[in-house]
Ligand binder design. Structure first.
Ligand SMILES: *Cc1c(COP(=O)(O)O)cnc(C)c1O
Length: 346
């Protein structure tokens, strides 16, 4: 049975066009900077983001960690969201690998970090204190519901960063979803950010990889960091060729995923025993909970759904995340909600 896999947009497989491009890709040794396809991908990424340079990396985590290594010195501090990927989901890499500590600030409901709260978290120049070096945001913000963050906010944050001499990093794993949802260009989403990491292997369907973008000096340092992280790949053009299609051909259809997420949210809203989290379906994610009165545990619901051919991401004892993507159409959304309804009413 073909599963309806709503756990994540990372389950997307390369498209037929990607397979073809991968088979034909012109390649070279990228550690020498000689892979023409990787170079082309990097040129496209820097053009799209309005940055001087870009670097193809193995994963979003590698992009964020290489950026941290390139931006900071040991003992520095990074202001980031309490629910951000770099704080919660990277094994404490900023501490473990870069010797940097996090200064987490709790996100507002809309995924932003309050400007005042950031300002009061910035350390004063005193020999006791770490140096606040970076402020990092996430767009779309996954745990806050896949919510897109407006260019207006990012501009304001950029002004604050300039005022205090901070580096602004954007974890833009799903920034193309943000651009699609807000109807703005990728450049506007990046705004004044000094660096941005973008996943090619989520909604954009590439099998592997992310791109990190920023100015030339930064990318030179990030390339060194990538090497020590084990990310110096050789004929990586085989993979980058799919990344080129991800960046040039796949962002236009993300709006379909958002439509399907909206359909899912609307149908779930009609199911007794389920309540949606706020921000649901603002892009391609729907977070929802089983109400207190529901006798089934999250695990039970998850197992029953699996038997019906549906996979969801269980994110808490009775909380779920569903992510729409290239492999999901509206009929699958309907089947999912129908199955859920049956399980909760039996
Ligand atoms: C997925 C994700 C990453 C990391 O990407 P990997 O390729 O899984 O390492 C980073 N940040 C955010 C917000 C993500 O969703």
């Amino acid at each position: 049975m073909d599963m309806i896999d709503l756990r994540s947009d990372t389950v997307t497989k390369p498209t037929p066009a990607m397979r073809e491009a991968m088979a034909k890709a012109d390649v070279g040794d990228d550690v020498y900077g000689e892979d023409p396809t990787v170079n082309q991908l990097q040129d496209i990424a820097s053009e799209l983001t309005g940055k001087e340079a870009a670097l193809y990396v193995a994963s979003g985590t590698m992009g964020n960690v290489a950026a941290t290594l390139a931006h900071t010195r040991r003992g520095d501090e990074i202001i980031c969201g309490l629910k951000s990927h770099i704080y919660r989901n990277e094994q404490g890499a900023m501490a473990a690998l870069a010797g940097v500590q996090a200064r987490p600030v709790e996100e507002e409901y809309d995924g932003t970090l309050d400007i005042q709260k950031i300002e009061s978290a910035i350390q004063t120049s005193d020999d006791h204190h770490p140096i606040t070096r970076v402020v990092a945001i996430e767009n779309t913000h996954n745990i806050c519901g896949g919510v897109p963050i407006s260019p207006t906010y990012t501009e304001k944050l950029g002004e604050l960063a300039v005022k205090h001499g901070l580096i602004l990093h954007l974890d833009g794993a799903r920034m193309f979803n943000a651009a699609a949802a807000l109807g703005v260009s990728p450049k506007e989403i990046v705004g004044p950010s000094d660096s941005v990491s973008i996943c090619l292997s989520k909604g954009l369907c590439a099998p592997v990889g992310s791109v990190l973008c920023g100015d030339t000096d930064f990318i030179d340092r990030a390339r060194r960091a990538r090497k020590v992280l084990g990310g110096g790949m050789r004929q990586a053009g085989v993979l980058a060729s799919a990344g080129i299609i991800a960046l040039t051909e796949m962002s236009g259809r993300l709006i379909d995923d958002h439509q399907n997420a909206k359909l899912l949210a609307r149908l779930l809203g009609e199911v007794p025993g389920i309540s949606l989290e706020r921000n649901s379906a603002s892009t391609n994610m729907v977070y929802f909970n089983l109400d207190a009165g529901v006798p089934n545990s999250g695990h039970e619901v998850s197992d029953s759904l699996r038997q019906e051919g549906v996979l969801l991401d269980l994110v808490g004892p009775s909380s779920f995340r569903a992510v729409t993507h290239y492999g999901i159409d509206s009929s699958m959304v309907e089947i999912t909600v129908h199955a859920l309804k049956q399980i909760l009413s039996s």
